[in-house]
Write a new protein. Sequence first.
Length: 318
Amino acid sequence: MPEKARVAILISGTGTNMAALLYAAKADDCPYEVVLVASNNPDAPGLRLADAENIPTWAKSHKGMDRAAFDTEIGAAIEDAQAGYVALAGYMRLLSPEFVARWQHRMLNIHPSLLPKYKGLDTCQRALDAGDSHAGCSVHLVTAEVDDGEVLAQTKVAITDGDTAETLARRVQFAEHQLFPRTLARWVTRYHAPDWLLSEVTKYALALPETEARDTHGSPGFRCIKGKYFAIFSQNHHGDERVALLVKTSGQDEMNTLIEADPETYHRPAYYGASGWVGVRLDTGEPDWDLVETWLRKSWRAVAPKRLTKLMDAADEF
């Protein structure tokens, strides 16, 4: 099992979602551990629970402080805890753009609505006022815009006759406690999930002009429409357990030079290696997506019609 991800949780109040994350982390097979609970409210009840469970805590009031200055201090506490991810669990304070940028794609929030519906506060009352059949909760990535990041998972909660904002909110909270730990666990292990890696590679490959996804010899592949393949997603290909992107090089010399210089990243793939293709590993940690994009573009150029590469060259000049 890969090393557990280190997670810092930010709270402002009772910390029920923090508790859900904390107790889920006690399972031996949970892929994350809670290394810090921090708050902008020194009197937050959730801090006492974290202390009782021997989780390090940090707290300081934000009152009278510049937003960026406060975020620098809480950010330093997170860094000191060597956290790799941040979970917002009822953290009722807007974050500075600098803090959000530092934790891009590594900071998750739980929100009590089915986003993009009802961003902000009073979500259950707004769902009732709208006559919705369901309320719910969402886990999303945090961006500079409030409750606007990519939604990673949702749970619907039925609205029943006689519901008030309070009764509905209690059931939504039950759903939150189930959804947040499960989604966080899936997110911190995504780099080891072939399906997620393939979905990301597909986005980059299909962003190139006139390309399509089509399997080749049982593996997902990408080619110019009605043309040749320029990339193949390799998982258990010819018995190779590595998860990799196979791309075209200029030939054996370039392939061998790459492997010799960086054997942790590159390898000679079975069958395709004889034709000068190289394997770029995706399963050794967080992939270098700039490298993946560069290789996809280079490999695509090797097979794309000249009319397309000329258009690409013209676009690159701008």
